[in-house]
Design a protein around this ligand. Structure first.
Ligand code: HEM
Length: 320
């Protein structure tokens, strides 16, 4: 009798906890949509699988979108908003214009979710979940992801220009910009390891391959062949040419050979304390994965909108 009572009580408490999670005022939690949108994971995962089947690079593009969303006003889906005649958002800010991609993947998933559970799941959470699944599909680690973010009603071009780091940054600048978001040197190094996947355009690494001294000359020559001094701004090179679609620790091995594609990547190996972390990740992938997971959880928790703040957008490209 006592057993039945206590297990019934426990079951009821669990139920109430989950129910509370699905109300607008609830705190963020990985099971936030458990009752309100049970199909969520399946729909997001399917959308990501279809995107990766079309083009593996989209996994990298989603990961970059998520980083750029979270670093500007927090993970609030602000980056997903289109500009209008009266509104200039983050999409066309300098670090995003012509480089941020993958928006259609989020749009497709959102369309399906609006059929399955209308008005329930935020665009910010869709991006967060899609990113995690894409990284896992490319061989990377899982991380704890609380859900229950709401979408911003506005976005800031000037904040995107100010807060997103430039590929020309010094290590000091990178450390500062991550510190501003509550992240330390280990977070910066681990999260930069995201450049184990994806591509960059010539105009963003040109000065590195022609002007930097801290670069393997053979590597610079190979890269120059497909990124001329004049023209060819959009020509692509893999951020990690050995395994551009595999999430692994090769990026750090490249840095030790002075084969980082971006100036902002190579500077991580210039300094003793951060260089030590690079060396560690290059030797022990599991340490990189552990720190990357922790960093992604931190990134995903930057000033989310919860409770009654923001809204659940119907279309990720515009406010309701
Ligand atoms: C530390 C400062 C960082 C700088 C200066 C930086 C800069 C860049 C640049 C210039 C590109 C090439 C974009 C293009 O040519 O289209 C790029 C690509 C990329 N970045 Fe970063 N990044 C940084 C950190 C991060 C972080 C923290 C993440 C994720 C956690 C990330 C994820 C990516 C990914 C996955 C790509 C490839 C995107 C694609 O192929 O579409 N980056 N980054």
């Amino acid at each position: 009798m006592a057993m039945t009572f206590s297990s019934g009580f426990l079951g009821l408490s669990f139920f109430l906890l989950l129910l509370a999670s699905s109300t607008a005022n609830a705190r963020m939690h990985p099971m936030f949509y458990h009752w309100s949108c049970p199909q969520l994971t399946q729909i997001v995962n399917k959308g990501v699988r279809q995107a990766l089947a079309k083009e593996q690079r989209l996994g990298a593009s989603l990961l970059r979108l998520f980083f750029h969303d979270c670093f500007v006003n927090g993970c609030d889906g602000g980056l997903l908003l289109d500009d209008t005649s009266t509104f200039k958002g983050e999409k066309n800010a300098f670090p995003n214009r012509g480089t941020a991609r993958g928006f259609e993947v989020i749009d497709d998933i959102k369309t399906k979710l609006e059929v399955a559970c209308p008005g329930i799941v935020s665009c910010a959470d869709i991006l967060a979940l899609a990113t995690r699944y894409a990284v896992i599909k490319l061989g990377g680690p899982w991380w704890r992801l609380d859900l229950g973010r709401r979408d911003a009603r506005t976005a800031s071009e000037s904040k995107a220009n100010r807060d997103l780091p430039s590929p020309l940054s010094s290590l000091e600048r990178l450390v500062k910009s991550f510190k501003k978001k509550g992240m330390n040197e280990r977070d910066l190094t681990a999260l930069s390891g995201a450049h184990t996947i994806g591509q960059a355009q010539c105009f963003l690494f040109r000065s590195r391959i022609y002007n930097d001294t801290d670069i393997d000359p053979k590597f610079a020559k190979v890269r120059q062949a497909n990124c001329p001094w004049k023209g060819g701004n959009k020509k692509l090179a893999a951020l990690d040419e050995r395994s551009p679609n595999k999430f692994d620790n090769q990026f750090f091995k490249n840095l030790m050979k002075r084969q980082g594609l971006l100036h902002s990547d190579q500077v991580l190996f210039n300094n003793q304390s951060v260089g030590f972390i690079v060396r560690q990740y290059s030797m022990f992938q599991f340490i990189f994965f552990k720190d990357f997971s922790r960093g992604m959880t931190k990134l995903s928790n930057i000033s989310p909108l919860t409770g009654k703040k923001g809204e659940i957008r119907k279309n990720c490209r515009r406010v309701n």
